[in-house]
Design a protein around this ligand. Structure first.
Ligand code: P53
Length: 485
């Protein structure tokens, strides 16, 4: 038995445009940074190619054809009783190159239809402005977010869609998982995340310190752009709820050794400044000291600082998948800039998924409590959580008890956080309620859905949708307000 949540709790699911829509070059859409990512595999990173190269497998080009199938797919979400559904607007449908003088009407029209359909079904849209899919032209012509000009281009895009959908969308968030790019302990993943967050690319011999410096400056521009968008959004519609969005993974020390504790704390602070800027409008003290010591964020103006203070967010949107264990590489002190001073090590206390992601439901309750301690009473929406797993179809059925187990355990912890700990969690949107292309690996076979999609890693298959066992499970959870887990 779970604990009952209020009627207005936003149960639902979440996707991103580039992982689902396909139609990558239809109706005037421009090339995004996701359109030049090849398919990787479990343990094989995706490749960033120089433009679209004939003959390579680009899974985001087709996604799950959601651009064409959204009506049937949303009907299945409604059948599960979804109160809310999160997706992103593909920036490149609205401004194909990012610096176009006028928006693309066909792109704007698509999201009008999508949001109208959701309202018809009684589903509240929750919309991400920038989910790993900025226009590729902004990388080529401007150097991605290393360029201050991106602030105005993003604000123009945000203003356009805020204005257009002001009566259709209340819940927004600016940049998806803005702090992922601070995961600098692993070279391959850090390059990938600095690409997906900021559109930055590095020469082979770039040092971790140089990457950190570039990331910190780019992230500053992203935060200013976000804050300016928040301010304008509130002018357009004072009822807008505009959030900052972060992946939250609790960090545990590898041992009670003081050096591990300190390394864990510094690793955490290397992420926490993003949320402080979003929520408090200020960089925290230890970040300012780090920036001063290293000179890594040379371009910050008084006007920027003012913009950050004027654009604080209304709520915090978080994704939660796993927890991380941090081990100091030596007994000496770790500072914020010592990204190679610690490493991520496995947690022997918890099981892992087939992709090596640690399964830690209690870590979710712990994280929600930590966030509420840090930012008291700020509404939190869980906008991603889920279990990427291989599924097998037998006689048209998918018996995904492993997924139900994962979700059940996590939802139970959310309910304890709300009911027993008094934390203002306003929604739970699980990731990929329908199977979509994995962001990290480009695989279709890393599936999160309640709804199975018959497509494989090469994009082959009928595209048919099937209800998995978890579909009926989640339907019952929603219908019982979280009681029947
Ligand atoms: P996939 C890394 C770490 C945590 C969350 O991820 C991440 C990533 C990037 O892969 O991304 C979020 O598909 C992201 C979604 C993504 C989801 O987690 O690699 O916001 O776009 O699909 C799950 O299994």
């Amino acid at each position: 038995m779970g604990l009952k949540l209020n009627d207005d709790f936003l149960w639902g699911g979440a996707i991103a445009a580039h992982q689902a829509e396909g139609a990558w070059n239809k109706d005037g859409k421009g090339v995004s940074i996701a359109d030049i990512l090849t398919a990787g595999a479990n343990n094989k990173p995706r490749e960033i190619t120089d433009g679209v190269i004939e003959g390579l497998n680009y899974p985001n080009h087709h996604g799950i054809y959601f651009y064409e199938t959204y009506k049937e797919d949303l009907a299945l979400m409604a059948e599960m009783g979804f109160k809310a559904f999160r997706t992103s607007i593909a920036w490149t449908r609205i401004f194909p190159n990012g610096d176009d003088a006028e928006p693309n009407e066909a792109g704007l029209k698509f999201y009008d239809d999508l949001f109208d359909e959701m309202h018809k079904l009684g589903i509240e849209p929750v919309v991400t402005l920038n989910h790993f899919e900025m226009p590729y032209h902004l990388v080529k012509a401007y150097g991605g977010w290393s360029n201050r000009k991106l602030i105005d281009l993003f604000v123009k895009y945000a203003t356009t869609v805020f204005t257009r959908y002001q009566d259709k969308v209340t819940y927004w968030m600016t940049h998806n998982e803005i702090s992922n790019q601070a995961n600098l302990t692993d070279d391959v993943m850090s390059e990938f995340m600095i690409w997906t967050n900021s559109g930055l690319q590095f020469a082979k011999d770039t040092t971790p310190e140089e990457k950190l410096a570039a990331m910190v400056q780019a992230a500053h521009f992203e935060l200013v752009a976000s804050a300016k968008a928040v301010k304008i959004g509130h002018e357009i519609n004072p009822d807008f709820m505009i959030g900052g969005m972060l992946n939250v993974a609790p960090l545990y020390p590898a041992s009670p050794k003081p050096a591990d504790m300190l390394a864990m704390q510094k690793a955490r602070q290397l992420h926490d400044w993003f949320s402080d800027v979003h929520i408090r409008g200020e960089y925290p003290a230890e970040f300012e000291a780090f920036a001063k010591r290293t000179g890594y964020r040379p371009d910050i103006t008084a006007e920027d600082r003012n913009a950050l203070r004027e654009g604080i967010v209304d709520y915090l949107a978080v994704s939660y998948y796993n927890s991380t264990v941090i081990k100091a590489k030596s007994d000496r002190d770790t500072n914020l800039e010592d990204v190679k001073g610690y490493e991520i090590v496995p947690n022997p206390e918890i099981p892992v998924s087939d992709w090596g992601w640690g399964i830690d439901p209690q870590g979710l309750r712990y994280t929600l409590n930590e966030l509420n301690d840090q930012y008291p009473d700020l509404p939190i929406m869980i906008v991603e959580n889920g279990f990427g797993a291989y599924d097998e179809v037998v006689d048209g059925q998918v018996h995904d008890q492993y997924r139900i187990d994962y979700l059940k355990a996590h939802v139970a912890e959310v309910e304890k956080a709300v009911v027993n700990d008094g934390i203002p969690v306003i929604g739970y949107l699980s990731w990929g309620p329908i199977d979509i292309v994995s962001a990290g690996t480009g695989e279709m076979s890393k599936r999160y859905g309640y709804i199975y999609v018959d497509l494989d890693d090469m994009g082959e298959g009928s595209g048919e949708r099937l209800r998995k066992d978890s579909f009926n499970w989640y339907k019952e959870v929603i219908a019982s307000h979280g009681v029947n887990l």
